[in-house]
Ligand binder design. Structure first.
Ligand SMILES: C[S@@+](CC[C@H](N)C(=O)[O-])C[C@H]1O[C@@H](n2cnc3c(N)ncnc32)[C@H](O)[C@@H]1O
Length: 287
């Protein structure tokens, strides 16, 4: 069988056996073949007429069977985020494209801050795999990036991913949100905290079964951790320091009003590519 025929068969198998869309099945099939054939997408397309060996077919079939139980990123232990392939296991959230789409906005606003103050200390609070902190550190060599998480399992993954960092500007610590940080010590806080309500019945079964609950659920209708971060950000952020928060689709107006009640200024809700209010950015007028 040629590689092209085998990819088509794999995509067809995923279409039949999983809830993925046709497009997602095609992307995953390509990704599995790139992994097994140790090649990139552009090279894969140049060898489509070549025959695939039996050993490789067996390996691909084994991945397809596993895919019925687990997300592909957990099977392959890797996930592409922005420009890098991050190590992933079942102890961390699989990085989401929504989060990736917010990186450029953080860089844009952070650049304005850096231009004015000539420094930028950024905390990625609840870093998980470290995908956000490491990406930002790689994009801005002059910024100092701290990544924190309460889960030691996540810290181990983030530390492993620090190997992807290009400059010596990232550190990792274990902490409960902002507790160890001194007054006025941070210029930017980014957090994608757990924000799903513990009563949410609509959560995707694959997410529920495979991703760590500490990364997903929060009390107070999903807003418990967001509230803690906002209250403490006020103290730890420097003057005009910025807070970037990810939240659930239906939560952005409530997050905005919590920010208002805690005296944050320049509050903006940012939409994701589904036109859903997924992020807020705001400034600390104190500090
Ligand atoms: C939704 S995941 C985000 C992971 C990563 N930042 C991303 O966007 O892919 C939330 C992360 O917050 C961490 N977390 C949960 N409670 C925490 C706490 N009290 N203090 C610090 N981190 C916490 C979890 O372990 C998890 O890694």
């Amino acid at each position: 069988m040629t590689i092209l025929q085998a990819i088509k068969e794999a995509a067809h198998f995923l279409e039949k056996k999983t809830a993925l869309s046709k497009e997602e099945c095609k992307i995953e099939a390509d990704y599995i073949f790139m992994h097994i054939l140790k090649t990139c997408k552009s090279k894969l397309y140049t060898i489509l007429d070549e025959k695939i060996s039996e050993t490789k077919t067996e390996k691909i079939n084994a991945i397809l069977q596993l895919r019925l139980k687990k997300p592909l990123s957990q099977i392959l232990n890797k996930h592409l985020f922005y420009n890098d392939e991050f190590y992933i296991n079942d102890k961390v959230l699989i990085p989401r494209p929504e989060t990736e789409s917010f990186i450029d906005e953080i860089l844009r606003q952070g650049d304005l801050f850096y231009k004015e103050k000539n420094r930028c200390v950024l905390l990625d609070a609840g870093t998980g795999s470290g995908c956000v902190g490491i990406t930002i550190a790689n994009e801005r060599s002059d910024w100092q990036v701290i990544m924190s998480d309460i889960s030691m399992d996540a810290i181990k993954v983030a530390k492993r991913n620090v190997l992807l960092s290009k400059y010596n500007n990232v550190s990792v610590i274990c902490s409960d949100w902002l507790k160890p940080f001194a007054y006025d010590s941070l210029d930017i806080i980014f957090s994608n905290p757990p924000y799903i309500s513990t009563n949410d019945l609509q959560i995707d079964k694959s997410v529920l079964d495979n991703e760590p609950s500490i990364a997903l659920f929060s009390t107070e209708d999903g807003l418990g951790d967001i509230k803690k971060i906002i209250r403490n950000a006020k103290k730890t952020l420097s003057h005009s320091g910025m807070l970037f928060l990810e939240n659930g689709c239906s939560q952005s107006l409530t997050v905005k009003s919590i920010l208002e009640s805690e005296d944050f200024t320049d509050i903006r809700v940012h939409l994701d590519y589904n036109k859903c209010g997924r992020f807020t950015s705001s400034k600390n007028k104190n500090g």
